[in-house]
Design a protein around this ligand. Structure first.
Ligand code: ACO
Length: 324
């Protein structure tokens, strides 16, 4: 008997305000053609004034809990991936816990930037497998609009705000690839690349929030190789082949990175879930947003083999294979 972390619900939330590429041309010297050709992005959602990461996260969590059909009080772990917390402390996870009326268990934030959701899934899965939690809420939520330099056209056109969540539940499995639940996770990081993608502020350095800075070409160069590396390791160790993947749900940073990674991994384009066109890069929220969208429109069905992967600042990267 093996304990498996099975997805029993998913949900997402996008702020109402939506900025198209045409809207972006009124803010910086750019064009719809440039943005679409280089990134595949057509629009992004932005949090309203006063709308915080915890508010987006709470709405996504409520949708996931409703989808699971469970009482929020039965959640004994909340792991919230974000690089844009409401405050330096307390954690955004505890704000969500309070908003949901949950008074038991543990809640904490996890910071791995765009890889945050994969890291959060791996963390929650290990808590569940160790017997330390029975039902975990795993959330990715961001308000990247608050850390963008809105005068820098090389970065401000790329990102958006949003939140997504899944509920994981401990269930018994056979220890086989046919089991429902998280089958394997692989996490990596390499801190030597800190200055390729970072925020130029923080409580212990500038005592300000800072703005996102990125060497886009360098990030692009590492992204495909890094993400493919952990996925190939998952395939090798699990014995699962690319052809068995029903849905590939990568971090939604850039259409060109997604297409190149799928090609390198030998995954058919019809199996790739794309939301970057409509959401932009929502960092830690992008994968749970895409999972929830694909679940709600009927693409992801119970029993489907789903592969998620991401890379982000640090660099951090990782992947997880799960049977929904
Ligand atoms: N609109 C119009 N022109 C622009 C814009 C813009 N928004 N931004 C840059 N340009 C110009 C540049 O100034 C440059 O002009 P120049 O040739 O006169 O100097 C020209 O376009 C080409 O710029 P590059 O930076 O070389 O463009 P590139 O083809 O590399 O595309 C991009 C830039 C889209 C950022 C690409 O490098 C990329 O996608 N990198 C990956 C970054 C990423 O996705 N990061 C997300 C976070 S990490 C993650 O999630 C994996």
């Amino acid at each position: 008997m093996t304990i498996r972390s099975v997805v029993i619900g998913s949900g997402h939330y996008l702020p109402e305000k939506c900025l198209t590429n045409a809207d972006m041309t009124r803010l910086v010297d750019t064009s719809d053609e440039w943005i679409v050709e280089r990134t595949g992005i057509r629009q992004r959602h932005l949090a309203a004034e006063g709308e915080t990461t915890s508010m987006l996260a709470t709405k996504a969590a409520i949708a996931a809990l409703e989808d699971a059909g469970i009482d929020p009080q039965t959640i004994d772990l909340i792991v919230l991936a974000t690089a844009t917390p409401d405050y330096t402390f307390p954690s955004t996870a505890t704000q969500v816990q309070a908003a949901l009326g949950i008074t038991g268990g543990a809640a904490f934030d996890l910071q791995a930037v765009c890889s945050g959701f994969v890291y959060a899934v791996a963390t929650a899965d290990n808590f569940i497998k160790a017997g330390s939690a029975k039902r975990a809420l795993v959330i990715g939520a961001e308000t990247f609009s608050r850390i963008l330099d809105w005068t820098d056209r090389t970065t401000c056109v790329l990102f958006g705000d949003g939140a997504g969540a899944i509920v994981l539940e401990a269930r018994e499995g056979e220890g086989a690839n046919a089991d429902r639940g998280i089958l394997c996770t692989h996490l990596r990081s390499d801190g030597r690349y800190r200055d390729k993608l970072f925020v130029d502020g923080g409580p212990s350095t500038s005592m300000t929030t800072g703005h996102l800075r990125m060497e886009g070409k360098e990030v692009f160069r590492h992204a495909v190789a890094n993400m493919a590396e952990t996925v190939e390791e998952s395939f090798r160790l699990s014995g699962i082949s690319p052809q068995e993947i029903k849905w590939f749900v990568p971090h939604q940073a850039n259409r060109r990175i997604i297409d190149a990674t799928a090609k390198k991994l030998n995954i058919d384009p019809s199996r790739v879930v794309i939301t970057v066109d409509l959401h932009g890069n929502t960092s830690a929220a992008s994968i749970p947003l895409a999972l929830s969208v694909a679940r709600r429109d009927g693409r992801i069905e119970t029993g489907d083999l789903v592969l998620i992967e991401a890379m982000g600042g640090g660099f951090t990267w990782g992947s997880a294979l799960m049977r929904w």
